[in-house]
Design a protein around this ligand. Structure first.
Ligand SMILES: Cc1cc2nc3c(=O)[nH]c(=O)nc-3n(C[C@H](O)[C@H](O)[C@H](O)COP(=O)(O)OP(=O)(O)OC[C@H]3O[C@@H](n4cnc5c(N)ncnc54)[C@H](O)[C@@H]3O)c2cc1C
Length: 562
């Protein structure tokens, strides 16, 4: 966002940045809040949006000691490599510094406030003013605010229930010896973060004679085991070569196309239309064989086919096969096209998702998202190698659980896991140590951290209208707590987070646009912004915001211009 502001060339704006830490650029995933030495990015230099210096150039400026710590040889480094997350954080911090220097050159006045946690935000509509409260005592006034506070994992039981972790972050808390099975909820990137840390503190990885990674349990951790609980026993898909890592940017449907489809469809954007345009049509030329296979399939049929393929294979056998496929793809620089297109679909439908009907959003959540979240995880190769080594050593297991599975904190510590086995047998298993690894939760409207905006009704809960009132009525009658009816008899599906428009501006409780408040913090916009992709999202959202800011007239002191 700051890069966009610097590059806007405007000198009539003044920017204040409030950062609760002592450094800019190093967000949660790339600092010790979200990473230790063993954690890596799932994107490579060529896949991240342009900042100031390409990573492959920047790496030559990194002190030798730091490179040695991460075992990086700059002469062998290229932009196709993933990076240790903490090192990537240093890169982002360096880029922010360069942007501040650029701002100075171009005359964009910027004030940085370190150690400044924003504790409240209050909107004054009549004065067209935003007040930012810092550390519950200082107050600053602004015309606009862009909320970029990033990730947030609320603590529900951690700290009160021993052995219960609401998330694996900060990872330093998992640097523990455990001589018993550990329950992990989830099997994707967040789970892998936990596995990499716990694995290292209870054993060692070494390279075997056949070039395969091996794992050996440490003395005192003989009973250490990682029990990953995942829906239908699925493991995530593996990073492969992306033919065009920037394809995503061009994939978002234009306003004209979205509007035309909405006009033809009672005001709703059709999910089937997006599936055709942003998925199936894309490999007509690139992979005609695959196209022929899926061209007559609807979304449900496609997902069923892809899920069945995964569900019928033993998860680690498939994981190994996908590892080999991905290795080939990277070596030959050839994409696995359908997976790349699924990432495009997920990215592209993120932005107009707010125009789906409630029915289509439910299909998206129930049908498509489970497949997308597996495929676009893009697990880095070294993580796969560690997981395979742990599995071969008998330390890592996957337990298939259904949608009806649930956990509850155990009175004496840890968790009780409830699930039904494939045989139909109901299971209740107690673990002394439990790590919830389902990833960033979509937080609700009520979880919004700035009470001033909640109390002033400057923001509103996100919801989607049912296309067919009878479906809404039935869902309400069936006790679906996310369904509500308004005074006009319209049925809505409540989705997580707050209502935003296409420029990421808040919509207030009366349905009016609040031009002063922009929000890019993903945990609070999960309903209207269901894809949690990373830096590519930051790039796309900031592009929409700067476009909207550019519409505002330059501020002038010349009254004749008023
Ligand atoms: C563990 C993890 C790993 C990830 N890995 C990748 C990856 O490899 N590739 C990828 O593309 N994406 C990845 N992501 C996705 C991630 O969302 C983005 O890459 C990116 O970090 C989002 O940037 P952000 O600025 O929105 O949030 P953050 O990076 O979290 O930054 C938020 C900033 O706001 C500050 N802040 C928060 N609250 C306040 C407050 N109240 N007052 C003042 N300052 C505040 C924080 O200190 C921080 O500096 C990962 C996410 C997680 C959680």
């Amino acid at each position: 966002m700051y890069k966009r502001l610097v590059e806007s060339g405007r000198t009539d704006l003044t920017i204040d940045i409030f950062e609760r830490k002592k450094q800019l650029g190093v967000g949660m995933p790339y600092s010790t809040e979200g990473a230790s030495d063993e954690h890596i990015t799932n994107v490579s230099g060529n896949e991240i949006p342009d900042l100031v210096t390409p990573i492959a150039d920047w790496i030559h400026t990194v002190p030798e000691k730091t490179l040695a710590r991460y075992k990086i040889d700059p002469s062998k480094f290229n932009d196709y490599k993933v990076l240790p997350r903490l090192l990537f954080g240093q890169y982002l911090a360096a880029q922010f510094d360069l942007l501040l220097a650029k701002a100075k050159e171009t005359g964009l006045k910027t004030t940085v406030h370190f150690d400044s946690p924003v504790t409240d935000v209050i909107d004054y509509p009549t004065q067209e003013l935003i007040v930012v409260e810092v550390a519950e005592k200082l107050h600053f006034e602004f015309d606009h605010i862009i909320i970029c506070t990033g990730h947030n994992w609320p603590r529900r039981h951690e700290g009160t229930v021993p052995g219960y972790f609401d998330s694996p972050y900060p990872p330093a808390k998992l640097a523990i010896k455990v001589n018993q099975p550990v329950a992990i909820k989830g099997s994707s990137l967040t789970a892998i973060d936990a596995i990499r840390t716990l694995g290292r503190h209870n054993g060692t990885f070494s390279m075997g004679s056949q070039g395969r990674l091996l794992y050996q349990l440490a003395a005192g951790s003989e009973n250490f085991k990682l029990m990953m609980h995942s829906r239908s026993g699925l493991l995530p898909a593996i990073r492969f070569h992306l033919e065009d890592p920037h394809l995503l940017k061009d994939a978002v449907l234009s306003h004209e196309v979205v509007n035309k489809n909405r006009e033809e469809n009672n005001g709703f954007l059709s999910l089937d239309f997006v599936f055709e345009k942003n998925f199936k049509e894309l490999f007509q030329d690139k992979d005609p064989e695959f196209y022929a296979q899926v061209k007559d399939m609807d979304l449900e049929e496609f997902v069923t086919m892809m899920m069945e393929l995964r569900e019928h294979l033993e998860p680690f056998t498939l994981f190994k096969a996908e590892y080999t496929e991905a290795e080939k793809s990277i070596k030959r620089r050839e994409s696995v096209y359908w997976k790349e297109m699924l990432a495009v679909l997920s990215f592209a439908m993120n932005y107009p998702a707010k125009y789906f009907s409630a029915e289509d959003m439910q299909r998206l959540q129930k049908v498509l998202m489970p497949l997308i979240s597996i495929v676009i995880a893009f697990v880095p190769q070294s993580s796969v190698e560690e997981m395979l080594a742990l599995h071969e050593a008998g330390v890592l297991e996957i337990i298939p659980v259904g949608e009806d599975s649930y956990t509850e904190p155990a009175a004496g510590g840890g968790v009780i896991y409830h699930y039904t086995e494939e045989t139909g047998e109901e299971k209740t298993v107690h673990f002394n140590t439990y790590v919830d690894c389902v990833g960033q939760p979509h937080l609700s409207y009520e979880d919004f951290p700035y009470k001033g905006l909640l109390e002033g009704k400057s923001i509103s809960p996100a919801r989607l209208l049912f296309k067919d009132a009878a479906t809404g009525l039935k869902a309400l009658a069936d006790g679906d707590k996310n369904v509500e009816m308004d005074n006009n008899g319209h049925y809505f599906l409540r989705v997580p987070g707050i209502t935003i428009n296409d420029s990421f501006q808040a919509i207030d409780d009366y349905g009016a646009l609040n031009e002063r408040i922009y929000i890019m913090a993903v945990p609070y916009i999960g309903g209207y912004n269901p894809d949690y992709s990373g830096l590519d999202f930051c790039e796309a959202a900031s592009a929409a915001i700067i476009k909207s800011i550019e519409l505002y007239e330059p501020i002038t002191t010349d009254s004749t211009d008023a």
